[in-house]
Write a protein that binds this ligand. Structure first.
Ligand SMILES: [Zn+2]
Length: 657
């Protein structure tokens, strides 16, 4: 199990480095990410490199038996680059150029940035490709976190080139629906990024620009990765995603380009269900890894610095957080960062070694966690398996979460998290899959919110149902095709037949309004007016607060359609959490998927040879919870059946009868 984090030795006097390495060994650290923000030190002037300090720290780390995830240092260009090449700085949708002085101040399409970053990656690979500390390459950092899209003239030209590769002018006009609002283009030269406009921008232009922008940053990554692969073909290459936290990169495309999927996750302290969001992020990341193990590249030992109020983690919370990531497939737990900075923008971000030093709660918990992870070596390489999947599409999120929709409250990311959370409460582990993926092995497949759906991906879902699967579709799914054009003749166009319903109108609820269904469920945000064609009505609209409630009463709200050997459910409103949990519990139960039945977060990892580890996380910091599973806790050696202590975690090596 990897344990460690970002190590920025350049922030500290060199005479303290041996102490750092000694403390890392004391804590059980075995992997550190070095150099993420070191460009200005490594290349103080264009083409002039100063590697002495990096040579010395890599040697020290290697002597201490600590592996290095070596960064290409290209996430934050140095001041000289933006002075020499001001057009390498990004421009926002208002046409304002962003200034240097923080990080990620580069235009993804800038030839100056790309040339300089690939040159630095090549120089690092030539110098350190054979270093005995090197375990993996870390390209960039959190691509798209601050500047996912650039609207400058250089990016505009790159966008036109990207469009020309996909469309001729007639196809562009047709796809973007430019007949409306007099937007017909007569030359590609007239096409721009969706800069700030007087009214709503063209939605398909915005969608294509989001696709282009994700691909453009991916090209930056690929440029560096290709030279690393050329020079060090045996060293894995990764870049850290922010799955479930930032939504601007199409991580399905990105995941195909890394040797090891890695992810960063940070708890939002104002969210009482932050640990459920953690599970969401970890499950999405496992989906990106195709079910294979992945690596938690960053999380925090305690408080962060970027929220309005940064409350520290409670004693024991870090351990629960870290081991939950491991439960859900991570091959370890890495943090930002090794030692808390005394200066700079992130000096209030917690670290493994806090400002208070080693005589501190955080340090003692870090040492314990290192010891725990050391006991889980045999878990590495095992995988989490599930019989339930959620279909997730970044493109669909981009198309849906923009202005000029029937309801601004009808966001996709909230609903994806809400369905995942309902399954989490039921104790059902869920995988995330891409539209069009092979879903034939799942008992239940869910589309909480999949607004944009291509005909090809629709056919995969239809075949899944016909051959015996259970499909559950949330409202406002399958409404538009990949061009963001409405599928006509009744909603939800693409899924109308498989669901056996035909909806005519969307009837959003106003802020705070709720409705009641005939089965007692409560809905909010959204309703639909229509009828069933071949489906049966499971629950009808019953009661509400506005005039529409009377007209909708008795009309279908939740339906079930039998098609071929399978079943397709439709939920045409947004259920409140208890109603959603009840419905999904019923559907999964009927499909033979059992929940855990205990108030613990339970996740299993298994090896192909059958060895199985049950992670049990108790989020109740006051009461122990009994667990009736036979085995031994790898962390304490305690025999089970037994109790999971308050706020505790056990990892039971399960005895198979
Ligand atoms: Zn640009």
């Amino acid at each position: 199990m990897f344990f460690g984090g970002d190590y920025n030795p350049e922030q500290w006097p060199e005479q303290s480095w041996p102490d750092d390495v000694a403390r890392m060994r004391e804590a059980g650290v075995n992997l550190v990410t070095v150099g993420v923000f070191s460009w200005a030190l490594l290349e103080p002037a264009e083409g002039r490199y100063e590697f002495g300090w990096l040579d010395r720290i890599l040697d020290l780390l290697a002597d201490g038996g600590i592996g290095v995830d070596l960064a290409t240092a290209t996430a934050s260009p140095p001041p000289w680059l933006s002075v020499a090449y001001p057009d390498s700085l990004p421009v926002d949708a208002d046409g304002h150029r962003l200034w240097p002085g923080s990080r990620q101040a580069y235009c993804p399409s800038s030839p100056r940035y790309r040339t300089a970053s690939v040159r630095l990656a090549r120089t690092l690979a030539e110098r350190y490709g054979g270093h005995r500390a090197l375990r993996m390459w870390h390209v960039g950092n959190e691509y798209g976190c601050h500047v996912p899209r650039c609207y400058c003239d250089v990016s505009a030209e790159a966008f036109r080139t990207w469009l020309r590769e996909r469309y001729d002018l007639a196809a562009l006009n047709e796809t973007w629906g430019t007949r409306f609002w007099s937007q017909e283009y007569t030359s590609f030269d007239q096409v721009l990024p969706p800069r700030r406009t007087p009214a709503f921008s063209n939605p398909t232009q915005v969608l294509d620009f989001a696709r282009f922008s994700s691909a453009e940053l991916l090209d930056c990554y690929r440029g560096e990765r290709d030279v690393l692969r050329e020079l060090t073909p045996d060293v894995p290459v990764t870049t850290n995603f922010m799955a479930g936290m930032h939504w601007e990169m199409d991580y399905w495309a990105w995941a195909a380009e890394v040797d090891l999927v890695s992810n960063d996750h940070y708890i939002r302290v104002h969210d009482p269900h932050g640990h459920v969001n953690l599970a969401f992020s970890a499950d999405v990341t496992r989906g990106l890894a195709g079910g294979e193990p992945w690596l938690l590249m960053e999380h925090s030992t305690s408080a962060v610095n970027w929220q309005p109020r940064n409350v520290p983690k409670t004693p024991g919370q870090m351990r629960r957080n870290s081991l939950t990531h491991v439960a859900r497939g991570s091959e370890g737990a890495l943090f930002f960062q090794w030692r808390a900075s005394k200066a700079g923008a992130e000096k209030y971000h917690s670290a493994l070694l806090p400002h208070a030093g080693t005589d501190s709660r955080i340090w003692r918990e870090v040492v314990e966690l290192g010891s725990d992870l050391g006991k889980l070596a045999e878990v590495t390489g095992s995988v989490v398996s599930s019989t339930v999947a959620i279909v997730l599409s970044w493109e669909s999120v981009w198309a849906q979460e923009r202005p000029s929709q029937p309801s601004a409250d009808m966001t996709a990311t909230d609903e994806l998290a809400a369905w995942h959370a309902a399954l989490w409460r039921l104790g059902i582990t869920v995988d995330f899959v891409a539209p069009g993926a092979d879903i034939s092995g799942y008992r239940v497949v869910m589309l909480p919110s999949l607004y944009l759906l291509s005909g090809v991906d629709r056919d995969v879902l239809a075949r899944y149902v016909e051959s015996g699967g259970t499909l559950v579709v949330g409202a406002y799914s399958g409404v538009v095709d990949e061009r963001d054009h409405i599928v006509l003749d009744g909603y939800p166009g693409a899924l109308r037949e498989v669901l056996g319903v035909r909806m005519e109108e969307f009837v959003p609820l106003l802020d705070g309004q709720t409705i009641t269904l005939s089965d007692g469920s409560a809905g909010r945000v959204w309703r639909e007016f229509g009828r069933v064609t071949t489906a049966e009505v499971i629950a009808a609209y019953a009661d509400g607060e506005d005039a529409w409630s009377r007209w909708l009463a008795g009309h279908p709200a939740i339906t079930r359609n039998t098609r071929g050997d399978g079943t397709a459910w439709y939920v045409s409103t947004r259920l409140d959490p208890p109603s959603l949990e009840r419905l999904l519990g019923r559907i999964t139960g009927e499909a033979g998927v059992a929940g855990s039945g205990v108030p613990l977060e339970l996740v299993r990892r298994s090896h192909a040879d059958g060895r199985t580890y049950l992670f049990a996380i108790n989020h109740d910091e006051e009461g122990a919870v009994p667990l009736d599973v036979a085995g031994v806790d790898l962390l304490t050696g305690a025999d089970f059946p037994g109790e999971v202590p308050p706020g505790g975690v056990v990892v039971i090596k399960v005895v198979t009868p």
